[in-house]
Design a protein. Structure first.
Lengths: 429, 164
């Protein structure tokens, strides 16, 4: 019996040299990722473990992104704790405001994610790495203290669910809509204790940014991890970032899957996930008139240059509705500079957007755009749980950047076609 | 103290870690700071009703969403002796075991009890009694049992490092 992509990546990092779905294996990752909220607990646990040296300080990456720049003294203390830990143990990979980004968008840029790689992150959206034919697995803080101390962690190898993408997406259909449609179909626990593996002829229509948007929300279906097939786009991406740590993986033709699903991209329309679940994706036509107070374009799933281009395309020459607050958050400093070079920041600002430096910000209810009682937001982020972006009565609708930008102009959720008929997907990348 | 008696706090399916410990508190990390905010996103009165030794019982996929270890830390600090659910989200389940908060999969008990019922729990054995009915949780895989017996991952790793 053949192996899935997930089994191959786990096997190449396991103590036993093998990995089959259902087995408990001891794994050593290529990268261990901590941020300013999860990392504080990790540092405290390492102290209690009595750790005097790390398994490999080169493999540890520290990113201050959640309460970054620090929103208050407590947050500044947390970032200081992380920085002090990095300095003490000789960790060179420390990133914060101005020279950084949201961790899952930053790691690929730094060449820390690539084909065949295994990334352990103390953040559930570490699965974003799957876009580059890697396995990113999210853990809590203490598990990663264990890895940093010993280089090893036990993992139960998940069975995989194969997702076949076919056809070409319509004009306003993006990676966001693909993953929202999948979660609507299988539910928030539809991939619980499993891996999602994406491939098929439709993949070539999606650039790396869109694949990251899909991989990012694998955890919203309960998945342990997510892997995309390797192709020319991944090859040219890693040529720029310098990833060399591992080799690409291809699933065996007789690999065993828990389930198969096919998504015909031609049949999809833009979806909006109604609160309080990412599984509540509905076509825009199915959403009753919904006015919005805030539009948020950013986060680790959809704060890429592709998303900023989509937003600018809709907002160019337009002005946002008077009652709307539009916040745009480029996911990394490199994306910010690229957006500046392309004139996107000028277009967005002229339309009335507030442009933030890279941060996890309001996505998780931290800072920089918190919702008050009774407020409604449309957001390109990944979670719309009760209270996620602020007050427990506030509502968050999830959507792609074209749909979010159109809502900023209309002041309510509308089909972007009605606002910007010239916008939308032109051709396959 | 492996046997406790307390009240049941009954919840539904897919209780996410954002409602267990809202994001605005993620710049805190000690049990003393986090405990008072336990389940604040779902029910701000919970913390005033909960007593040491009480038990949380919930449906499918408890602890879904964010990997924040702050969530089980807050639950443990609020005095909850153990969580019993139909099943758990993977990261939450690991986090709870790692910090020494007992978690049990026992689908039978979830549909058999009411909010406020008194539960007698033997957390070492995973055995529970409610209204005279007895329940046995699923056993842990041996590797996880080793972490539990060590008292959590910190002492498990501490022992491993000293052995080497």
């Amino acid at each position: 019996m053949g192996l899935t992509m997930t089994e191959k990546i786990f096997a190449s990092h396991s103590q036993s040299g093998g990995a089959r779905a259902g087995d408990i294996e001891i794994l050593t990752p290529d990268v261990v990722l901590l941020n300013d909220t999860s990392g504080t607990i990790t540092v405290e646990q390492l102290k209690k473990m009595g750790v005097s040296r790390l398994f490999d300080s080169e493999k540890v990456v520290l990113v201050a992104d959640h309460f970054s720049p620090p929103k208050d003294v407590t947050s500044a203390d947390a970032i200081n704790l992380l920085r002090g830990f990095g300095n003490k143990f000789g960790i060179k990979n420390f990133y914060e405001s101005g020279r950084h980004g949201i961790e899952h968008a930053l790691l690929p840029e730094l060449g820390k994610v690539g084909p065949g790689g295994l990334i352990f992150g103390a953040d559930s959206h570490t699965c974003t790495a799957g876009a580059l034919n890697a396995c990113g697995v999210g853990f809590g803080s203490t598990d990663l203290a264990g890895v940093i101390a010993t280089g090893e962690l036990w993992v139960k190898v998940p069975p995989s669910i194969r997702i076949e993408l076919s056809g070409q997406p319509g004009r306003f259909v993006t990676g966001k809509d693909i993953i929202l449609s999948l979660i609507a179909k299988i539910g928030v626990d539809g991939a619980l204790n499993a891996a999602l593996e994406f491939g098929g002829s439709g993949l070539s229509c999606l650039n790396i940014d869109e694949r990251m948007a899909i991989a990012n929300m694998a955890v919203e279906a309960g998945a342990d991890t997510c892997v995309f097939e390797y192709d020319d786009q991944v090859a040219s991406y890693i040529q720029q970032t310098g990833w060399k740590a591992q080799e690409p993986v291809i699933a065996d033709h007789d690999a065993k899957y828990l389930a198969h699903h096919t998504i015909d991209l031609e049949q999809l329309t833009p979806l909006v996930a109604v609160p309080p679940s990412p599984a509540n994706g509905l076509p825009i036509s199915g959403i009753a008139e919904t006015f919005v107070h805030q539009v948020y374009i950013g986060n680790c799933s959809n704060g890429t240059i592709t998303d900023l281009r989509q937003a600018a395309e809709v907002l160019q020459g337009n002005t946002i509705a008077p009652n709307v607050r539009l916040i745009v958050v480029p996911a990394t400093s490199a994306i910010y500079r690229q957006a500046a070079r392309e004139g996107l920041l000028e277009i967005l600002s002229a339309a009335g957007a507030g442009i933030s430096l890279p941060t996890c910000g309001a996505c998780f209810g931290g800072h920089m755009g918190i919702l008050g009682a009774g407020e409604t937001a449309i957001s390109t982020t990944n979670r719309n749980f009760k209270g996620r972006m602020g007050h427990s009565d506030a509502k968050v609708y999830l959507a792609n950047a074209w749909v979010a930008a159109a809502a900023a102009i209309a002041g309510k959720i509308v089909d972007p076609q009605t606002i910007a008929p010239q916008a939308g997907r032109k051709e396959t990348p | 103290m492996s046997r406790t008696t307390g009240k049941i706090h009954l919840f539904g399916a897919h209780i996410d870690t954002d409602v267990i410990l809202p994001g605005k508190y993620l710049n805190l990390y000690t049990p003393e700071e986090l405990g008072p905010h336990c389940l604040e996103g779902l029910d701000p009165t919970f913390i005033h009703r909960v007593r040491s030794g009480d038990v949380i019982i919930a449906g499918d996929n408890f602890g879904t969403g964010s990997s924040r270890e702050h969530a089980p830390i807050a639950i443990k600090a609020a005095g909850i002796s153990c969580i019993i659910a139909t099943n758990f989200a993977r990261i939450f389940y690991r986090n709870a075991i790692n910090i020494g908060l007992p978690v049990f999969e026992c689908p039978e008990i979830v549909s058999a009890v009411k909010n406020g019922d008194v539960i007698d729990a033997d957390v070492a054995k995973g055995q529970f009694t409610v209204n005279g009915a007895h329940f046995q949780a699923k056993p842990f895989p041996p590797y996880i049992q080793g972490i539990i017996e060590a008292g959590g991952l910190v002492s498990f790793v501490h022992k491993q490092l000293n052995k080497n």
